[in-house]
Write a protein that binds this ligand. Structure first.
Ligand SMILES: Nc1ncnc2c1ncn2[C@@H]1O[C@H](COP(=O)(O)OP(=O)(O)OP(=O)(O)O)[C@@H](O)[C@H]1O
Length: 972
């Protein structure tokens, strides 16, 4: 067939004046000759369909059979061809018998009208098709056998379909050219296609680079964004440019796709975007066929510009004006990511492809993939396939978490092509430093604050704080653990530490092109977000100690101190922040006095053990007793709020447990100014380096007998109670404790009597005597102190046991409340099924509930909903709250305008309110699991036990705003 005929056919049948590319032209020309089998491997949107459709129509009197994977895809192709007046049909299970008979009759006739016949691989295996196929072969009526989306043939292709592999059998002893087309075949897949479809030796390959220069790729991390939904909305608005396109016909206007991982996500996101003014529909396999078709059509013809869809949407979607494709969560692997994102910019105009990468989401995927892999067991092929998928997914993780090269290289590497000349077609090539900084921040945050969600997620950290062998053996002493437990705890600690270290180093090494990463670099990154003092000196001061380890010990310390304080202090004056500040001091103390890793760990473990013991004995731990809280600086409203609360507590205004609004307003009025973030940062950066000074002091100062201090709780308490001067007066040693002198400067005078180095050769005999005397004196004194302390404790013991009883009662009361809360949660979830849609099978219902159509069924539903709305969960809770309130409840008073005091809620009411406020976030899958949701609902309810409704709402709003995803590691 000559070039002129082909060119004329292009114009006549497809209304195109020229070929889309030189490669398209060459492929069409080759196929038209019918001499060879052909493999076309061209990017998405490059016009592969025309490569077989034009030759098909140019061979009059013959039929081309196309094997295509999806009925929806087939339908689109047929609609397109019929619109061009080309006779195309499909033989499938969905057509009626009459239609089937008519079609088969036409195909068997001497001059069939049908030129193009689409068949699914499943249909190809039926006797009906086989008989028809044989008939067509007998009469030499087949022009081509075409296999579209040929990667489905391969076990290593992302859409593997076993039935596809059987297509090769149709080619046995058949002399009809085979055309295979794919957009996503790497070397392995290509090899598979060739052998499975039995492409003849002299087959021709038409392949172009997979690089799509009109597509811009970037990655964002929702947990680093203030409001990820708003970020998405802004991105969409930017891409759609509705204002600039207002005069265009609607089907030519820009549009976009947001790919979500779950059906639920598509619906939640659709609702969010609609609320923010972006007209959006959703699409997933749980919708009824009618709905799916309607929504796809509405999007396709431009009625609605955005569609939130699962990956089932898109195959065969041929819309030229897709200006953006978003992956809301990790794509699955490079080939399908290429395919999905490649639906953007099919008209060749600049378009955007963005991933909003979410670590916990991807960890969940990884977990499931690993489970699938484990399930594959000994089935060799299945296992291999799963391994391939896991490998592909890991490439995506690296693409998002460790970008070391141009984003487009994910694809060129995958398809075995040379690197593309991207220049400015991805965020990495535009500003490599910015991307790396963003990733560093993301990783630092993830590693430090979300350790459970990282590589070592399976490791139990609860025993990591035992402090090694010594600490654990001490824990064992107090709690009588078995040898086995002790051993396994130690092993777990070792494993957890190793995993953490490997992870950190791997992450940073990857991003620095495999260069060795110094501990210093890691610490520098961590120190940006840590709470411990003297963070930057961690590894200099104690070799081998890392900031994450210190932070983790600190967290543990805060936990045990908090429990101790809440359980043992009857009239609390410290708030949560104070307890944390106290823990920071205690940790810093241990950090400064210990010189190596083992000592630090054992001191921490011992400390934790002591605190737990005190809690068991109902004593407030001494560091808390003597802690002198620093007033909050009133730099932020929460500081202010905290200070007022404290003042009230001090004034013993326990009866009024909520903040007096009047007082708050007065204070707010006198509130200096709201500082800009920059100012706050500046202040933080320039705040006196208290910790640094102390570190320096540690090295310069004469060494106090820290060992004794550490081992002697009473002294420790006294030491905490005041500064060194207090110690001096206590121990009557003026000379030894001179704050200003350094041991190096005046060794003989300034060496403390109870020196660290007992064998110091500089000490005179006299001095040694003095030391011993002083030590004895001090020991005597401390023993007296201890006895006094114990006596005092004994006196209060009686009182304590009463208190214990009271506590026990309170606890059982609280347990009852927890139960209440749980049942409330259950009922609340029932009510919120509309959005939560917990059970898989409910998606249909869920969709119907959350979206309105004009069908009768939906009208009825709307009516139902209207009724439901009259008794919305919110109202019901409100009702139940009011119903449960005593008549003289201040809320009722204040509602009537009679009372000025803020209403206090009952615990169960608080529980209900908190559950209600958290439920939308649960519906959006922002909670790691149902258990995590329950735990947070419970913990928040407890923490807000003394707050009023407004404060609770405000707190939950902030908590949700602060935490994108809520995992078991998230802190309140
Ligand atoms: N010669 C041409 N001139 C102009 N437009 C063309 C030409 N050939 C094809 N197109 C258009 O290019 C778009 C993409 O074509 P097609 O759907 O065949 O791509 P594809 O390579 O099969 O993509 P995918 O792999 O995503 O299915 C279609 O809108 C099609 O009409």
């Amino acid at each position: 067939m000559d070039e002129a005929t082909i060119q004329a056919g292009l114009k006549r049948y497809f209304k195109f004046n020229e070929f889309k590319s030189e490669l398209q032209k060459r492929a069409v020309t080759e196929i038209c000759q019918r001499k060879h089998d052909v493999l076309v491997s061209m990017p998405t949107g490059s016009g592969k369909s025309l490569c077989y459709q034009l030759p098909a129509v140019l061979h009059e009197g013959k039929i081309t059979i196309i094997f295509s994977p999806l009925l929806a895809l087939i339908k689109d192709q047929i609609d397109h061809l019929i619109a061009l007046r080309i006779r195309a049909a499909s033989l499938n299970s969905k057509i009626s018998n009459t239609e089937r008979e008519a079609l088969i009759a036409d195909l068997k006739s001497t001059s069939p009208n049908t030129r193009i016949l689409y068949v699914t691989p499943e249909q190809a295996a039926t006797p009906t098709f086989k008989a028809l196929y044989q008939n067509l072969l007998n009469f030499n009526k087949i022009a081509y056998l075409v296999v579209d989306e040929a990667h489905c043939v391969s076990e290593w292709g992302h859409d593997f379909r076993p039935q596809y592999q059987k297509l090769g059998e149709l080619r046995d002893n058949v002399d009809v050219p085979c055309i295979a087309l794919t957009a996503t075949a790497n070397a392995e897949v290509t090899k598979d296609i060739i052998s499975s479809l039995r492409l003849a030796k002299g087959y021709k390959l038409f392949k172009t680079s997979c690089f799509r220069s009109n597509l811009f790729y970037d990655v964002y991390f929702p947990n680093m964004l203030e409001d990820s939904f708003k970020h998405l909305k802004d991105f969409i608005s930017e891409c759609l440019d509705e204002q600039g396109e207002k005069d265009l016909p609607k089907d030519q206007k820009s549009c976009g796709i947001v790919y979500c991982r779950t059906r639920e996500q598509t619906e939640v996101l659709m609702e969010r975007l609609n609320k923010m003014g972006v007209r959006t529909l959703c699409y997933h396999a749980g919708l009824k066929t009618m709905e799916r078709t309607t929504f796809q059509e509405k999007w396709q013809n431009g009625d609605v510009p955005v569609i939130c869809a699962t990956i089932s949407f898109g195959m065969g979607v041929d819309k030229a004006t897709v200006r953006f494709v978003v992956h809301w969560g990790s794509p699955k692997e490079p080939a399908s990511f290429y395919q999905e994102s490649g639906r953007a910019g099919r008209d060749g105009k600049p378009s955007r492809c963005r991933v909003y990468y979410n670590r916990s989401d991807s960890k969940a995927i990884e977990f499931h993939l690993m489970q699938d892999l484990a399930r594959a067991g000994s089935k060799e092929n299945k296992k291999k396939r799963m391994e391939q998928t896991v490998k592909g997914f890991k490439k995506i993780l690296e693409f998002c978490e460790n970008p070391t090269e141009c984003r487009h290289r994910l694809f060129s590497n995958h398809f075995g092509e040379p690197p593309p000349k991207c220049i400015d077609k991805c965020d990495f090539c535009v500003d490599k430093k910015k991307v790396q900084e963003m990733v560093e921040q993301f990783l630092t945050k993830s590693i430090q604050f979300n350790t459970k969600a990282t590589t070592y997620s399976e490791t139990d950290f609860t025993d990591m704080y035992g402090g090694g062998r010594l600490g654990i053996s001490q824990e064992q002493e107090s709690y009588e653990d078995s040898d086995e437990e002790r051993h396994s705890a130690f092993e777990r600690e070792k494993e957890a530490k190793k995993a953490a270290n490997d992870f950190i180093h791997k992450q940073f090494a990857l991003r620095r092109n495999q260069q060795e990463v110094s501990q210093e670099t890691v610490e520098k990154l961590f120190s940006k977000h840590c709470r411990v003092k003297a963070a930057s000196s961690t590894s200099t001061k104690i070799k081998g100690l890392t900031l994450p380890t210190r932070e983790q010990y600190l967290t543990r310390l805060v936990d045990v101190l908090s429990v101790n304080y809440t359980e043992c202090q009857e009239e609390p004056t410290l708030d949560k922040q104070d307890v944390e500040d106290c823990a920071v001091d205690v940790e810093y103390e241990i950090f400064t006095v210990n010189t190596n890793m083992t000592m630090y760990r054992s001191a921490m473990a011992k400390m934790i053990c002591n605190i737990k013991k005190c809690t068991a004995d109902q004593f407030v731990y001494e560091s808390l007793l003597t802690f002198d809280p620093k007033p909050a600086k009133n730099e932020t409203l929460s500081d202010l709020f905290r200070n007022i609360k404290k003042e009230q507590q001090l004034k013993k205004l326990d009866t009024v447990e909520s903040v007096d609004t009047e007082e708050l307003l007065t204070k707010v009025a006198s509130f200096p100014i709201f500082q800009t973030a920059r100012q706050v940062l500046h202040q933080q950066n320039s705040k006196p380096t208290d910790s640094q000074t102390k570190i320096r002091e540690f090295f310069q100062k004469p060494k106090t007998d820290y060992i004794n201090l550490r081992d002697n709780p009473t002294e420790n308490m006294l030491r905490n109670a005041g500064n060194r001067k207090d110690l001096k007066s206590l121990f009557g040693d003026e000379e030894s404790d001179d704050e200003n002198a350094s041991a190096e400067e005046k060794p003989s005078l300034k060496t403390p009597p109870y020196s660290w180095n007992s064998d110091d050769s500089n000490h005179s005999e006299k001095n040694n005597h003095k030391i011993i005397e002083e030590n004895d004196k001090r020991r005597r004194k401390s023993t007296e102190e201890q006895q006094e302390f114990v006596e005092e404790k004994r006196k209060t013991h009686h009182h304590r046991s009463d208190h214990k009883k009271k506590k026990k009662e309170e606890r059982s009361h609280e347990e009852a409340n927890v139960k209440d809360l749980e049942s409330l949660l259950e009922s609340e979830q029932e009510k919120y099924k509309e959005v939560i849609d917990l059970s898989e099978g409910n998606e249909e219902k869920s969709w119907k509930r959350s979206h309105s159509t004009d069908r009768d069924e939906d009208k009825k539903r709307q009516k139902d909903n209207q009724q439901k709305r009259n008794h919305s969960p919110e109202e019901e809770i409100q009702k139940s709250i009011i119903a449960h309130r005593p008549v003289d409840n201040p809320v009722i008073k204040s509602q009537n305008g009679e009372g000025s005091r803020k209403p206090r809620l009952k615990k169960a009411e608080i529980g209900g309110l908190v559950v209600k406020l958290l439920t939308p976030a649960y519906a959006e899958k922002r909670f790691e699991s149902r258990e995590v949701f329950k735990t947070f609902a419970r913990n928040i309810s407890h923490a807000l036990a003394d707050k009023d409704e407004q404060e609770i709402k405000e707190y939950v709003r902030k908590f949700l705003g602060r935490n994108g995803e809520i995992t078991s590691q998230t802190t309140l």
